[in-house]
Design a protein around this ligand. Sequence first.
Ligand code: NDP
Ligand code: GDR
Length: 357
Amino acid sequence: MVRRALITGISGQDGSYLAELLLEKGYEVHGIKRRASSFNTQRIDHIYEDPHDSHARFRLHYGDLTDTSSLTRILQEVQPDEVYNLGAQSHVGVSFEVPEYTADTDAIGALRLLEAINFLGLEKKTRYYQASTSELFGLVAETPQSETTPFHPRSPYAAAKLYAHWITVNYREAYGMYACNGILFNHESPRRGETFVTRKITRGLAAIAQGRETCLYMGNIDSLRDWGHARDYVRAMWMMLQQDAPDDFVIATGIQHSVRQFITWAAQDLGLELAFSGTGLEEIATVVSVTGERAPGVKPKDVVMRVDPRYFRPAEVDALLGDASKARKVLNWTPQTSVREMCAEMVDADLNIARKL
Ligand code: NDP
Ligand code: GDR
C-alpha cells in the first residue's frame, strides 16, 4: 500500500524539503497551497507532476488554514496516513504587525486540522505532526532548552504556536490521536525566505558583492541562535511519525552563534574581511580587505552593514540553544550539515542568483 501524506505549507522552505523526502520514500504527497495573485510554488516547481498523469504521486489542493471547509474537504478526499502541519505566518517580527491573522492561522489553524481529523473519524488512522518552535522558550528559564524547559513566549507568533503546541498534546491525550510536536530550533537553507536573518544576510551581501546593492540594514546582531539545515530537520519530522508511540521532541544542533558571526562568515565566503565598529544603534561593518573574484562591486573602506532600529522587535528572544539529546537517543537523529557549511551553501546559491540579475 502506498502511504499518503498531506502537507500544509508545502510551498514554504520546510514543505519543499519534506515533500522531496517523502517522494523519495515512495509516498503519495498532497499539499495545500493558497490562492495568490502571482505564482507561489517556486520551491516545489521541480517536483510538480501533471495531474493528468494517472501515476502522479504529487498533488496540490487549494486551501487555507483559516478556512475550515477547505481543510475538511481536502482531508476527506485524501484520507492521509500522515499530516504535517507546516503552514504558518512564520515571521516573528511580522507577527507584531498582524497579530490576529497570525493567531488565526498558527493557533486556530492547528485546531481546525485536528478537529477535522477527529470529525471525519480519521483519528485512529491519521498521524499528525505539528510544527512547534524554540520560540516557545522565549525568555529562557534555563540553558540549553529541552522538552522539559518551561515556555515563555515573547511574540504574537510564539503565543499562537504555544496554543497549537498544547492543543496537539490535548488531542493526543483526549482522543488517543498519534500527534507529535517537533520543537524545532532555527533551520535555514538556500530556500529560506528572504526576510529571515540568515537569508537576508547571504542574499544582501551577495547582491552588494555584485554591485547591485550597497548596504545591509540589520536589527539586533547580538542575538544568539542555534542554526541547523532544513534538510536535516525535515528528516526528524518524518522520524517522529514512525515511532511506536507519539511524543514531543526538541530538534537542534546544540551549538550557538551570534547574528554578527553569521555576517562575518557570509562575508568571508565572498572574500570580504569586515571590521565592526561603533556600538548599539551606531554599529557598522566596514570592508577591510577584498580577496578573490567574488566581490567585484566592493572595495576596502566601504560600509556594507548598518544597524537600523526598524528591525528591532518590541520584545526580543535574545538567546536560544537546544538540547536534542532525547531525539538523538529515541529517534537516532543527528544533524549532518554544520552551520558553517550551510552558510557557504547559502552564499554560493545567492551569488549565483545575484550574478544572473
Ligand atoms: P515558511 O514561511 O517558509 O513557509 C510557510 C508556509 O505556510 C508557506 O507555504 C505559506 O504559503 C504557508 N501559509 C502561510 N499562511 C497560510 C495559511 N493561512 N493557510 C495555509 N498555508 C499558509 O516557513 P518554514 O518552512 O520555515 O517553516 C515551516 C513551519 O515550521 C512553520 O509553521 C514555522 O512556523 C515552523 N518553524 C520553522 C522554523 C524554522 O527555523 N524554519 C523553526 C521552528 C518552527 P505561501 O507560500 O503561500 O506564503
Ligand atoms: P526567528 O528568526 O525570529 O528566530 O524565527 P529570524 O531569522 O527572523 O531572526 C533571528 C534573530 O535575528 C535577529 N535579527 C534579525 N532578524 C530578521 N528577520 N531581520 C533582521 O534584519 C534582523 N537583524 C537581527 C532577530 O531579532 C532574531 O533575534 C525563526 C522563524 O523561522 C520562526 O518561524 C521559527 O519558529 C523560529 O525561527 C525558530
